[in-house]
Design a protein around this ligand. Structure first.
Ligand code: SF4
Length: 62
């Protein structure tokens, strides 16, 4: 599983980091970034974060 964030569209709401803090973090510029590549056990949370992102900038590849 791979996860990408289109940071140009991120509004820094922090929702993804709340849902899945093992994978997402808010970087110094205030926008989300991928802190750790997701483990298999993170899959459900990563999908939930992607579906919850209000601007739909989280892309998940299986
Ligand atoms: S949920 Fe979406 S808009 Fe909010 S911080 Fe994460 S990537 Fe950015």
């Amino acid at each position: 599983m791979k996860v990408k964030i289109d940071r140009d569209g991120c509004i820094g709401c922090g929702l993804c980091t709340e849902i899945c803090p093992d994978v997402f973090e808010i970087a110094e510029d205030g926008l989300a970034s991928v802190a750790h590549e997701p483990a298999r056990t993170d899959a459900a949370k990563v999908h939930e974060a992607a579906e919850s992102c209000p601007v739909e900038v989280i892309e998940v590849e299986e």
